[in-house]
Write a protein that binds this ligand. Structure first.
Ligand SMILES: *[C@@H]1O[C@H](CO)[C@@H](O)[C@H](O)[C@H]1NC(C)=O
Ligand SMILES: *[C@@H]1O[C@H](CO)[C@@H](O)[C@H](O)[C@H]1NC(C)=O
Ligand SMILES: *[C@@H]1O[C@H](CO)[C@@H](O)[C@H](O)[C@H]1NC(C)=O
Length: 284
């Protein structure tokens, strides 16, 4: 009898213990630390997040139209939370920042624009008439076009195909600190290795946005989570799994904090002082 009670007690304690672990792991876990979600702005499905570290401003695009077809470029000042739709651009969708020259580039339906902080207006600066899908700045502005999925570089006010990618499709691109070009198309995630001029398959990820942090490390999001590229191994590491279809894009603040776009909001992930070592908890 005593034995039975004791086993029941142990079973109960084990059960209670497991519950406590699960509870402690409730939330988004990054590097074994639970993060809470701080809503910066309620906005429907923001895409293509880029931070200008000079001004601490986050640029993004979103669909204003109920049908979901028309896009606008907008920004939120991360110091003041002031937010505005950017005028002067036709179908603003993409953004990238030259932190050294202090130029904010925006991509619209008909080419490249430059944002002016004083007037909050974007001005058309090229004659390509390209329908720009995504932009990434590394030494020069890189961008992709839709529906062609061609990858271009913009130098001295002229656009030309990125030679390394002139025979492949790429809808989303990023360049790391070693001039390796990561690109995504509907087949998967690939990298053009600068050292040997070869393209290799990185993984079967449904990438929906690339970004880099202030040091140039490459991150990307898929519908369900946030990832980064390990520079040494060129392998993908999981930063956080958020939930099926819940992520539309991401950016990394100067202090390393993550901001991501959910279906309804721009969200900053703030570390709490709760640890979680239960690696089975993927919030999925
Ligand atoms: C901006 O929004 C965040 C999240 O709601 C809030 O914590 C912060 O205090 C706000 N900053 C300002 C300057 O209002
Ligand atoms: C692509 O670029 C390479 C140089 O990297 C060049 O030799 C080749 O002719 C280009 N092909 C096309 C189709 O432009
Ligand atoms: C995506 O890129 C890879 C590598 O260049 C290529 O083999 C594949 O055909 C591309 N996919 C599409 C749909 O073009």
């Amino acid at each position: 009898m005593r034995f039975i009670i004791l086993s029941a007690l142990i079973a109960y304690l084990e059960y209670a213990g497991a519950q406590v672990t699960d509870e402690a792991c409730d939330g988004i876990v990054i590097n074994n630390v639970i993060h809470e979600q701080q809503v910066l702005k309620e906005i429907h499905a923001a895409y293509q997040l880029t931070i200008d570290y000079n001004t601490n401003t986050l640029f993004f695009s979103y669909s204003d139209d109920k049908s979901g077809s028309a896009y606008d470029s907008a920004y939120i000042n991360l110091n003041t939370n002031e937010s505005k739709i950017i005028k002067g651009i036709n179908g603003g969708f993409a953004s990238a920042v030259d932190e050294i020259q202090k130029v904010v580039y925006l991509g619209g339906k008909d080419g490249i624009y430059r944002f002016d902080y004083a007037t909050k207006v974007a001005t058309h600066i090229d004659g390509t008439n390209h329908n720009i899908w995504q932009m990434f700045f590394k030494k020069y502005l890189h961008y992709t076009t839709y529906p062609e999925e061609e990858v271009y570089i913009f130098k001295e006010l002229q656009s030309s195909r990125v030679p390394e990618l002139n025979s492949t499709k790429g809808l989303l691109i990023a360049v790391d600190n070693y001039d390796n070009i990561y690109f995504w198309n509907s087949t998967g995630l690939f990298v053009h290795n600068n050292a040997d001029d070869q393209v290799t398959f990185v993984g079967d990820y449904d990438v929906n946005g690339f970004t880099s942090d202030s040091k140039g490390k490459v991150f990307f999001s898929t519908g369900d989570g946030l990832y980064y590229i390990n520079d040494d191994t060129k392998k993908v590491e999981t930063l956080a799994l958020i939930g099926n279809g819940e992520v539309f894009g991401m950016a990394v603040e100067a202090d390393g904090s993550i901001i991501y776009a959910s279906l309804n909001s721009l969200i900053r992930l703030k570390p709490t002082n709760v640890n979680c070592y239960n690696n089975d908890n993927k919030n999925l």
